[in-house]
Design a protein around this ligand. Structure first.
Ligand SMILES: O=C(O)c1cc(=O)[nH]c(=O)n1[C@@H]1O[C@H](COP(=O)(O)O)[C@@H](O)[C@H]1O
Length: 275
């Protein structure tokens, strides 16, 4: 794969095809709506239709690992094929695996998602910093070595995140802000490597003024966030806001044309709304 930095590859992809990150989240209800079996075979067709619809149109695709893992090794085999077909076609892949553990174990997760020779090798992976930001050090170092990215949960889109993420730390400031601040420091060494996850569903209350890296912003559509919300919530840092929608786009399937139209319409609306 390319030896260009993650930052260069991400910025070039966004410049060419916009900021939208479409999710591949094969919920059982969606398999049913698409008249596919709830099995690894159904998953495979679902993923193939998504790939056909999104490749060449959107910059980034984010498969939600949980919906593949639910089918065990057969589901993982589908995920491996999906990730590699997308990447071979020049679409950036963020594996939404949300891993979080002690550093040495995290490094094994990082090996799975970020090592070039791994069958699950992706351009970036989502991780949880809630075992301590420094538990991610080995993961971030591996990402830098292989020109990949890491997206760290800061302020998530779900209501339940608030009590933990908005709690005040010993030095003062919220837990979520401490994650932002740690990302700012780490990115001074390797720009853009540490991305943040900040939900689009509410005002995050974060000071993002020193942060210039990518922000994955889930919550559009099914969780109720709108493009106007994005424009408002991220008013000072729109350049690398990567809005994510999964069910909001996937509801248009199973027609490849309808899926592609839903994705390109949303992509164009986002570009207009965040201009
Ligand atoms: O990391 C994520 O992508 C994520 C973080 C977050 O705060 N909220 C959130 O919804 N997500 C993921 O983003 C996707 C949102 O899906 P939809 O609600 O269908 O658009 C799911 O795969 C979630 O797991």
């Amino acid at each position: 794969m390319s030896h260009r930095s993650w930052s260069d590859r991400l910025r070039a992809a966004v410049a060419a095809r916009g900021r939208l990150c479409v999710g591949i989240d094969p919920h059982p209800a969606l398999l049913e709506a698409w008249e596919l079996p709830r099995s690894a075979d159904g998953l495979e067709v679902f993923a193939e239709l998504c790939v056909e619809a999104f490749v060449g149109e959107v910059a980034i695709v984010k498969p939600q690992v949980a919906f593949f893992e639910a089918y065990g090794s057969a589901g993982y085999a589908v995920l491996e094929r999906t990730v590699s077909v997308l990447r071979d076609a020049g679409t950036l892949v963020i594996a939404d695996a949300k891993r979080g553990d002690i550093g040495t174990t995290m490094d094994a997760y990082a090996q799975a998602w970020l090592e070039p020779e791994s069958p699950l090798s992706s351009d970036a992976v989502t991780v949880s910093p809630y075992l301590g930001f420094d538990s991610l050090n080995e993961t971030v170092e591996r990402a830098v070595r292989h020109h990949r990215g890491v997206f760290v949960l800061a302020r998530t889109s779900n209501a339940e995140g608030a009590t933990l993420q908005q709690a005040t730390t010993t030095p003062g400031g919220s837990v979520a802000q401490s994650i932002v601040d740690a990302a700012v420091v780490r990115n001074r060494v390797d720009p853009d490597t540490v991305g943040l996850v900040v939900g689009a569903t509410r005002d995050h209350g974060l000071d993002l003024s020193d942060y210039t890296g990518p922000i994955l912003a889930p919550g559009l559509g099914a969780q109720g966030a709108t493009i106007a919300d994005l424009a408002d919530i991220f008013r000072d840092c729109r350049e690398l806001v990567l809005p994510n929608s999964s069910r909001g786009v996937l509801a248009a399937g199973p027609s490849v044309t309808a899926l592609r139209d839903a994705a390109t319409r949303l992509r164009d609306d986002i570009e207009a709304g965040l201009a």
